[in-house]
Design a protein around this ligand. Structure first.
Ligand code: HPA
Length: 272
């Protein structure tokens, strides 16, 4: 049973980690540098945790990092799991479920995404206000895990307004950071989209497109865990302005935006 597996992972981690964590953080592709600012007290490789999936993408390191950031206890997932890697939805959301069972009160997520909104520029950031799930599966399909949440969680506020307001407060005090607020659409990948698909995604109401985040957010909402998520815009997918892109370019654009994202996360976490 899934809940028993989660409990085994929890028990294993609890044998090393005795703190009360406040925030769980999932760092996206090319966005791992925030870890360097964590006062690390403990690191556990995914491969050592019972039932944890293993990272396959080279740009993802694959460990849980425990420590303090801005004076708060945080657990950072360095490396996340994507649907395109072949993981099941249950595997993709397994870590975030364990983090909630460890006691996190907030989930912070970052990802690399393509910009569909024509007003967005490379290496700018978008705070997620809402999403559209175009992944072919959903982590809540199957027997409901009643210990975690209800069968039909509503998606009225998938991204916490309280956390978005807090972000806005910080942005208002620092005019050098520009953040958009918008809608993220998740697709399976692993190919990037065709121009016709970008046009379609823009038409249905999305501002940015990526291959992650939504499964974890759905699992978090199911567990009543408030989420704050940011997309780093690593390529332009505006139908009239699309160029071929490489992973190197995505990582370069992510690295350029990373300090702004890290600054926002740190300032917000300080105020929680
Ligand atoms: N499409 C999908 N996922 C992405 C993109 C994109 O253009 N850029 C970064 N992740």
């Amino acid at each position: 049973m899934e809940f028993e597996k989660l409990n085994e992972a929890l028990t294993f981690i609890r044998s090393f980690y005795k703190e009360q964590p406040k925030v769980g953080i999932i760092l996206g592709t090319g966005l791992g540098a925030l870890v360097e600012e964590v006062e690390i007290s403990l690191t556990i490789s995914y491969q050592d945790i019972p039932h944890f999936p293993l990272s396959t993408v080279e740009s993802h390191a694959g460990k849980l990092i425990f420590g303090k950031l801005s004076g708060q206890n945080v657990i950072v997932m360095q490396g996340r799991f994507h649907y395109y890697e072949g993981y099941s939805m249950q595997q993709i959301v397994f870590p975030v479920r364990v983090l909630k069972m460890l006691g996190i009160e907030y989930l912070f997520v970052s990802n690399a995404a393509g910009a569909l909104n024509p007003d967005y520029k490379l290496s700018e950031l978008m705070i997620l206000e809402d999403h559209i799930n175009l992944l072919p599966q959903n982590p809540l399909v199957g027997k409901n895990i009643n210990e975690l949440g209800i069968r039909f969680p509503d998606m009225f506020e998938p991204y916490s307004n309280k956390l978005i307001d807090l972000a806005q407060e910080i942005i208002n005090q620092n005019d050098d950071i520009k953040f958009h607020k918008g809608v993220y659409v998740s697709v399976s990948g692993s190919n990037l989209e065709t121009r016709a698909e970008y046009r379609y995604l823009r038409t249905i109401g999305a501002d940015a497109v990526g291959m992650s985040t939504v499964p974890e957010v759905i699992a978090a909402v199911h567990m009543n865990l408030p989420v704050f998520a940011v997309s780093v815009l690593t390529d332009l997918c505006q139908p009239n302005n699309v160029k071929p892109i490489t992973l190197e370019e995505v990582l370069k654009a992510a690295a350029k935006a990373e300090p702004k994202m890290a600054f926002l996360f740190k300032k917000m976490i300080e105020k929680l």
